[in-house]
Structure formats: structure tokens, C-alpha cells
Design a protein around this ligand. Structure first.
Ligand SMILES: Cc1cc2nc3c(=O)[nH]c(=O)nc-3n(C[C@H](O)[C@H](O)[C@H](O)COP(=O)(O)OP(=O)(O)OC[C@H]3O[C@@H](n4cnc5c(N)ncnc54)[C@H](O)[C@@H]3O)c2cc1C
Length: 479
């Protein structure tokens, strides 16, 4: 063991206790849970996994790594989809796991805020808020494992963005350990604070490249009196966009979810999870899942929903629809939507795109991108679904039926990404809507991000992390 490494390990053990520093030298060591990403796109090798239990310990770990010139990969629930939370394979990076920072520091009912530590699991926080009579609206399929620190570091989106915004919009303040190991205590519950640059917005979405988020103050909302879910078959993507406009007009702030699912995406759920009984998918190119959250009550919500669906049918925007009769039925419909990524994984490896576009341009984009892909790779299968209400599509590409998925990925991923991302650029969209950049998309940013914006980002990185030890190779690659 090199002297530098053993000095660092001794400092880390001193900082957090020997039991919270895991290395490959430990008897029976298996660090794969921290070294393997969720999509199995990368398996790294850590110098050590360190699990501090407090902000002060995080700061000490960061100072020890900075002194040794060793880089840090922050990790929450490790559910990220762009390879941002696992180490590279050099064996020289420290994984800093935040999961032991899992205390709720306080709920301010009058201020409608919840202050929590970064390692709290999102679902635990939703439940905490619910038991106190409030709503924490951030919601995504990984909520049983992802942490609020990871959600903020990636500016996660999810299913309620159409009404409540992304993680950024739900965050009023942060506590951050800087790359130098200082603690910035910015846990403000203020909705107005114009005292200069917004540091909170700088760290939200920075994917661990500027500092470590150790705690956050989040916005809470009143619980809706009733929440209803409907599932509608629509004759085209344009009809889905028009239905969104109608739903926004009629339900206003009551519209809390608007998801679109292509027929092939639903056919994969039907094929791989036959127990789920997918409704209305066989005779329609797209289905839409709508959620209406109402402050008056169930009768009001149902009348509004039925009025909306009747009007949509009269206008030819919906060919058939069901409104869930119970909470269990509503959960079942959401479960089908959230099972698409898993069904897709069971079908085989695929090329994922998490893109956003102006909602109005989505039908034309899909027509163009579908045709381009079919022309270049005949028989290619498109798993198109996503948060249409936010202009966010998961426009994923699966090998033609019967073709080896690994071979397809190796041979076609570059071409597919270029075709899709170039089309996104032509339609003034973004190549990352809600998943972030990580290392998977870092190489694409120089081609698709405004050069002035990229220059400003590099300047910020240099100013805040001059040693380049905070999650290097993520978001920004060397020029
Ligand atoms: C089934 C499934 C469904 C998903 N659905 C959605 C969805 O609908 N919307 C969506 O936006 N995402 C979705 N995701 C992606 C993922 O869940 C989110 O990106 C989530 O926010 C990551 O949280 P995490 O705690 O797992 O973070 P990790 O995966 O551990 O980390 C993600 C990034 O944040 C950094 N990081 C983590 N914690 C901290 C911290 N405390 N301080 C600084 N940096 C940190 C890491 O270094 C890494 O770069 C989904 C993932 C899965 C597996």
C-alpha cells in the first residue's frame, strides 16, 4: 500500500470511525453495491467507500481527500441513470456515501417547509410529510431508494412537475460542504431573498461536481382533498398535445400528472408483466395517463374529469377512456406507467434518451426522428413514453426484433445518439431533461450546449473546485 494511500485511509478512519471506511483489503470485501451503476453501464473500483454520519464528518472527509489530492464521488441511493455516482476503474477515487445522513431536522407547518438531511430516502420524506398532513410532491419511480441529496444534485423531475416543478422548484435552501471542506449553511426557508447570486441554484443540478449537499429545506403543500386518475386512448401524439391544452384549461392547477405512453412501450409491459392488465393499448398508437388533484373533494374532481373527457371525445382527441374508481385502481394505472423501464430492460439492453422539447413541437419531432431512425436502421423499435406535460420524452431505442441487443448497442449507439440529439437540437430541445449529464452524456455537451454557457460553467467549476477533485469527468469533460 502506498504511503499516501495509507495516510489518507488513516485520516478517513479518524474522521468517521474505522467501521465506516470500507476498502477492497477488508476480509470478504464486496463493494459492488457502491461501484456498479443502476443501469449496469459501468463498474468502477473505489479506493474506499466512506460513510460519514454528520455534516462535520463530511467536511472532515472532504478536507482529508483535498489534502491528499484524491477525488470524491458523492453517492446517495445510486439510482442515477447517467453514470454519475460510481467511481471510475482507477481505484483512486473515494466514494462518499451520504446514506447515514438521514435525519429529519424539522417541519415548520406555518412556513410550509421541511428541513432534512441529504441521505433521507425520498419515499420516507413523502410519508413524513403525509403524516403531518402535508404533501411533498416530488415523486419518481425510484422514490423507494433515491435520496433527497441525489434528487437535488440531479434536479430530478418525475411525475408531478407539470404542477409543482422540478426538485429545484421545491428547494428553498441548502447546506453544502464545499470542495475545500467548509460548510455553507444556507438552510433558508425564505421564499424571497435577493441578496446576490443564487448559490442554491448553482448546487442544485451540479451532480456532485461543485460540492456535497448535506441538508436541504424543502417546500411543502397542503394535501389535496381528492386525487383521481384517468387513462385515455388518443389517436395521435398531436391529439395528446391538444388534450394537454384542454386539460390545462379545464383543470388549471388541478392537473398534477400528464404522461404519454406509446403503443410499443405498453406492449412490452403487456408481454413481460401480463399480471398488470394494461388497458386500451391494442387499438391506439398512444395512451395518456392524467391525474387531477382537487382541493374540494372527490365528487367535484370526478365531475371535472368527466367533463374534460367528454369534451375531448367530442373534439376527437380521445377515442376511449377509463377513470379509476378507487385508490388501488389509480395506483395500478400508475404502476403500469412506471413499469415501462423495467419491461424495456427485460426486453433487452437499449439506448435511452431523456430529452425535452417545446411541447408544441413534440409531434413533428417524433415524426421526423421516427422516420430517420427507421430509414437508417430498418426494423428498429422505439419505446417512446414520458412526462408530456413537461415536454419530456424518454425516447428509447431497442434493437430490431430478434437482433442481439449487445451487438446492436455496440454497433449502433453512436449513430442513434447522433440522429436523435441532432434532431433535438433542430427542434431547440435539450439532450438531458431530468436525468442529468453524468459521464454518459458529458462528451456530448460540447456539441449541444451553447459555447458561452459551457465557458461560464467551466469558469464556475474552476472557481469552486480548482483542484478538480469533486466528481471529475462528470458534466464537464476536459476541453
Ligand atoms: C426506475 C427508475 C426511475 C427513475 N425515474 C426518474 C424520474 O422520473 N425522474 C428523474 O428525474 N429521475 C428518475 N430516475 C433517476 C434517479 O432516480 C434520479 O436521478 C435521482 O434523483 C437520483 O438520486 P440518488 O439518491 O439515487 O442519487 P445517485 O444516483 O446516488 O447520484 C446521482 C448524482 O448526484 C450526485 N449526488 C448524490 N448525492 C449527492 C449529494 N448529497 N451531494 C452532491 N452530489 C450528490 C452523484 O455524485 C451523482 O452525480 C429514475 C431512476 C430509476 C432507477
Amino acid at each position: 500500500m502506498s504511503e499516501r494511500r495509507s495516510t489518507l485511509l488513516a485520516a478517513l478512519r479518524q474522521a468517521v470511525g474505522a467501521a465506516q471506511v470500507l476498502t477492497h483489503d477488508d476480509p470478504g470485501a464486496d463493494l459492488s453495491a457502491w461501484e456498479q451503476d443502476w443501469r449496469q453501464r459501468a463498474h468502477g473500483r473505489a479506493l474506499a467507500v466512506v460513510r460519514p454520519g454528520s455534516t462535520a464528518e463530511v467536511a472532515e472527509v472532504v478536507r482529508a481527500c483535498a489534502a491528499a489530492g484524491v477525488s470524491i464521488v458523492p453517492q446517495g441511493g445510486n439510482t442515477g441513470l447517467v453514470v454519475g455516482s460510481v467511481p471510475d476503474d482507477s481505484g483512486t477515487q473515494v466514494v462518499l456515501s451520504l446514506t447515514r445522513l438521514n435525519a429529519v431536522r424539522g417541519l415548520d407547518a406555518a412556513n410550509l417547509t421541511l428541513t432534512v438531511e441529504a441521505g433521507c430516502v425520498l419515499q420516507t420524506l413523502q410519508e413524513h410529510a403525509r403524516q403531518a398532513g402535508f404533501l411533498l410532491p416530488l415523486s419518481l419511480a425510484a422514490e423507494g431508494s433515491c435520496t433527497i441529496g441525489g434528487n437535488l444534485a440531479t434536479n430530478a423531475g418525475g411525475t408531478q412537475v407539470v404542477r409543482y416543478g422540478n426538485a429545484r422548484d421545491l428547494c428553498l435552501g441548502l447546506e453544502v460542504v464545499t470542495a475545500q471542506g467548509e460548510v455553507w449553511s444556507g438552510l433558508s426557508g425564505l421564499r424571497k431573498d435577493n441578496t446576490g447570486y443564487d448559490l442554491r441554484d448553482l448546487f442544485v443540478g451540479s451532480e456532485g461536481t461543485l460540492g456535497i449537499i448535506t441538508a436541504a429545506t424543502l417546500k411543502l403543500f397542503p394535501q389535496p382533498a381528492a386525487t383521481l386518475t384517468a387513462w385515455a386512448a388518443v389517436p395521435s401524439l398531436q391529439a395528446a398535445v391538444d388534450l394537454l391544452g384542454l386539460a390545462q384549461q379545464r383543470l388549471a392547477a388541478g392537473l398534477t400528472g400528464f404522461e404519454v405512453m406509446g403503443q410499443f412501450a405498453l406492449s412490452l409491459v403487456a408481454r413481460h408483466m401480463p399480471q398488470l392488465r394494461v388497458p386500451l393499448w391494442q387499438d391506439t398508437p398512444y395512451c395518456v395517463l392524467l391525474e387531477n388533484s382537487d382541493s374540494e373533494g372527490e365528487d367535484h374532481a370526478r365531475a371535472q374529469f368527466e367533463g374534460l373527457l367528454e369534451a375531448a371525445m367530442e373534439q376527437g382527441l380521445v377515442s376511449d377512456a377509463v377513470v379509476a374508481e378507487s385508490i388501488a385502481q389509480a395506483q395500478g394505472l400508475w404502476h403500469i406507467r412506471e413499469s415501462i423501464p423495467l419491461a424495456q430492460a427485460q426486453e433487452g439492453l437499449n439506448i435511452k434518451h431523456d430529452i425535452s422539447l417545446p411541447v408544441s413541437r413534440i409531434p413533428a419531432f417524433c415524426d421526423e426522428a421516427d422516420a430517420l431512425l427507421q430509414r437508417e436502421i430498418p426494423g428498429v423499435r422505439l419505446v417512446n413514453f414520458g412526462h408530456l406535460g413537461d415536454g419530456n420524452l424518454h425516447y428509447n431505442v431497442q434493437a430490431p426484433e430478434g437482433e442481439d441487443a449487445k451487438k446492436f448497442l455496440a454497433g449502433q449507439e453512436t449513430l442513434v445518439n447522433t440522429l436523435v440529439f441532432d434532431a433535438v437540437a433542430r427542434y431547440h430541445g435539450s439532450i438531458s431533461a431530468e436525468h442529468g449529464v453524468g459521464s454518459l452524456k458529458a462528451g456530448h455537451l460540447p456539441h449541444y450546449k451553447d459555447p458561452v454557457a459551457l465557458g461560464l460553467m467551466r469558469a464556475i467549476k474552476q472557481a469552486l473546485d480548482p483542484q478538480q477533485t469533486m466528481n471529475p469527468g462528470r458534466v464537464l469533460v476536459s476541453p
